[in-house]
Ligand binder design. Structure first.
Ligand code: A3P
Length: 322
């Protein structure tokens, strides 16, 4: 008899075959599933996760469009949630020796990824901290049915685009492929036909939920946290139901979280300088410059205008200022 995994894979094969498919500059092809484009080897785990993952009210899902500050958000949330077990400044703090992605696994990248297996995460102690780049997971039926909390981070699209272009080119050049120029990538990104795109729909589905159900979804931007890190670290802790006490505030714990998770601190740790993840990507590739507005050093004025116009046109009807 076919195993549960084999049955699922057959089901997924025929679903994937029926989806719209386009070539992708970064890797192979993308398939459009529930309104968003995915690589096949990411879509399969998404389908598996949608089928098998049972969300709990105590789960915390960190959702993001790629290159919008996922690593930073993971570091902050891990540090906040575990601050009793691992006080800031403790020598054995896991963030000192682990990349944030190793502490908070991505549903489609780590948890449901390997060998079509259906992982058992039922024994992971609450709150389970999980990441995803996929709206199909962060807003899927299973997640919405539960009362779990979702924190979403996005970013000015020009900076996001440059970060994405650089990151993908690094993994392409580490393999056999050469660098792809900005011009070649710009069109597909702006038309929404790139991985996890269209970016505007990605931002907007989460934005809308943050307006209708603010107790379920907290919507953040990279720029907000950059500008007022202490304020947003406190807000995140409140949202997660573990606010900082007066005693903690007096003891500068909020400041400690901000410093611990800062670009300068994390990027200088040995694990992030020389470690690599399970897919062979060096952790140092996750730490490029960490600056707001760096895209102006790469994009032409015309490209900047075009992206600003798209953002304005897509976001302003919904009151989202980006
Ligand atoms: P840049 O390429 O603009 O430097 P993600 O974590 O979603 O992949 O996003 C990566 C972006 O976040 C990169 O942006 C990276 O440098 C930046 N980043 C990573 N860790 C950070 C941190 N602790 N603080 C601020 N930015 C960080």
């Amino acid at each position: 008899a076919a195993s549960a995994e084999e049955t699922s894979q057959k089901e997924f094969d025929s679903l994937i075959e029926s989806l719209p498919k386009i070539p992708n500059w970064a890797r192979g092809h993308c398939y459009k599933y529930e309104g968003f484009w995915y690589w096949e080897d990411v879509l399969r785990p998404i389908l598996s996760c949608k089928k098998h993952f049972r969300a709990r009210d105590s789960d915390v899902i960190l959702s993001s469009f790629p290159k919008c500050g996922t690593t930073w958000l993971k570091a902050i949330v891990y540090t906040i949630v575990n601050r009793d077990k691992y006080p800031i400044g403790s020598e054995d703090h896991p963030l000192l020796t682990n990349n944030p992605h190793a502490l908070i696994p991505g549903l489609e990248w780590n948890v449901y990824y390997a060998n079509n297996a259906i992982p058992d995460i039922s024994n992971v102690p609450a709150p389970r901290l999980l990441g995803t780049h996929s709206p199909a997971l962060s807003l899927g039926d299973e997640v919405m049915r539960s009362g779990c909390k979702i924190i979403y981070i996005c970013r000015n699209i020009k900076d996001c685009f440059i970060s994405f272009w650089d990151f993908v080119n690094k993994f392409k050049t580490e393999g056999a492929d050469g660098v792809t120029s900005l011009d070649e990538v710009f069109g597909s990104f702006c038309s929404g036909e790139d991985v996890y795109g269209p970016f505007w729909d990605h931002f907007l589905v989460h934005w809308k939920l943050s307006l209708t159900a603010p107790e379920r979804l907290m919507f953040l931007t990279y720029e907000q946290i950059s500008e007022q890190p202490n304020h947003y670290v406190k807000k995140i802790a409140e949202f997660l139901g573990c606010p900082f006490s007066d005693v903690e505030e007096d003891a500068q714990v909020v400041n400690g979280v901000v410093k611990m998770c800062s670009f300068n601190h994390l990027s200088q740790l040995e694990v992030n300088k020389s470690g690599i993840n399970k897919n062979g990507i060096p952790y140092r590739n996750l730490f490029r410059r960490g600056q707001v507005g760096d895209s102006k050093n790469f994009l032409s004025p015309e490209m900047m205008d075009r992206m600003d116009c798209i953002a304005q046109e897509k976001f302003s009807p919904y009151g989202l200022k980006m």
